[in-house]
Design a protein around this ligand. Structure first.
Ligand code: SF4
Length: 328
């Protein structure tokens, strides 16, 4: 990063949140010597959060498989033979039972995911009932249902939805290599509808899909230049699922993953940065480095939609070992 940018940030004072990050500036952060990058990320993290606290979310697939979209990483696309069976939308009672279990296991936020391009209005009515019921248990609610129209976003807000997840996935340039059934602009529009409805935004991406460093820079720069930063920024490591086009992708160097987390923390200082998919195959040491780099949110529970996630016991052990506690 240039001296001029450093000075500009200092003059605005600690705690100042920038929305004018440029790609060269984000690229310069990625290029920093690792100890320098980690120091900066930790400094920013401590200005805004207690570094010993981790927010815990649980993600439930309320409607699995059979999705018409062609996201190259996703085992739920109907276009790939991955062994995931298409299922109907779960019943309200079954969702409530899962939410209760998640709450008693320590989750403060309950996310409901459905494999749709966009929800039909009839399905949205059912999801709204689920949101109302989960909210009544005293948990924060989150949903990820695909693209939304402005009236659909408002309907979810009325039901009490706190967060909507809609990932940008990667850089604008690399997007068409991963998904051809929609365009980047569609994603940004849904994010605008969610914001306009007054729902908090959960938005991040996936690394390790064969993208370049420049694409990772482009993804973080796009997120950090949003007029309001997403309140949650999930950073996922690709889970290479057999049958998907990315099944044989070369794994990303774990240090590059940690760098991505650190740059997200520095550029979006008030957001919860979530260490998301890919933890099942991640060594404890890498996860510990991610927490040091400013990650302060995880998904808890043995499954992330359809892919494995560390069991609750393993997570509890790791958090105890690192002296981390759940964020209220
Ligand atoms: S990521 Fe979502 S939209 Fe894409 S194929 Fe999977 S379920 Fe469908």
């Amino acid at each position: 990063m240039s001296l001029a940018t450093d000075n500009a940030t200092r003059m605005r004072g600690p705690g100042f949140v920038r929305h004018d990050w440029t790609r060269p500036e984000v690229g310069a952060l990625f290029d920093l010597p690792f100890p320098e990058l980690m120091f900066r990320a930790q400094t920013v993290h401590r200005e805004h959060f207690d570094p010993t606290e981790v927010q815990i979310s649980t993600l439930l697939s309320i409607k699995t498989g059979g999705c018409p979209e062609d996201c190259a990483y996703c085992p739920q696309s109907a276009r790939y033979y991955t062994g995931v069976q298409a299922e109907k939308l779960m019943t309200l009672d079954a969702v409530i039972a899962e939410a209760r279990a998640a709450k008693s296991a320590g989750a403060s936020r309950f996310c409901m995911g459905a494999a749709w391009r966009s929800p039909k209005d009839r399905d949205l009515d059912s999801v709204c009932e689920m949101v109302e019921a989960v909210k009544a248990l005293g948990m924060e609610t989150c949903a990820t249902l695909g693209m939304l129209t402005p009236p659909q976003a408002r309907r979810l807000k009325q039901a009490g939805l706190d967060y909507y997840n809609h990932n940008l996935d990667t850089s604008p340039e690399f997007y068409s290599r991963i998904i051809t059934t929609r365009v980047y602009r569609d994603r940004l529009e849904t994010l605008e509808h969610v914001r306009d409805a007054g729902i908090h935004v959960c938005c991040g991406g996936i690394v390790g899909m064969g993208e370049t460093r420049e694409d990772r820079v482009g993804m973080i720069a796009t997120l950090a230049a949003l007029p309001v930063h997403p309140e949650s920024v999930p950073i996922n490591m690709l889970v290479r699922v057999g049958g998907t086009p990315l099944a044989d992708e070369t794994p990303l160097d774990p240090i590059e993953f940690v760098r991505t987390i650190a740059v997200a923390r520095i550029t979006m200082p008030r957001s919860l940065v979530r260490l998301s998919a890919g933890r099942e195959d991640m060594r404890e040491e890498t996860q510990a480095l991610c927490f040091l780099a400013g990650a302060n949110s995880i998904f808890y529970g043995p499954k992330l939609l359809t892919t494995p996630n560390p069991g609750r016991d393993r997570d509890r052990e790791l958090m105890e070992k690192l002296g981390l506690t759940g964020m209220e």
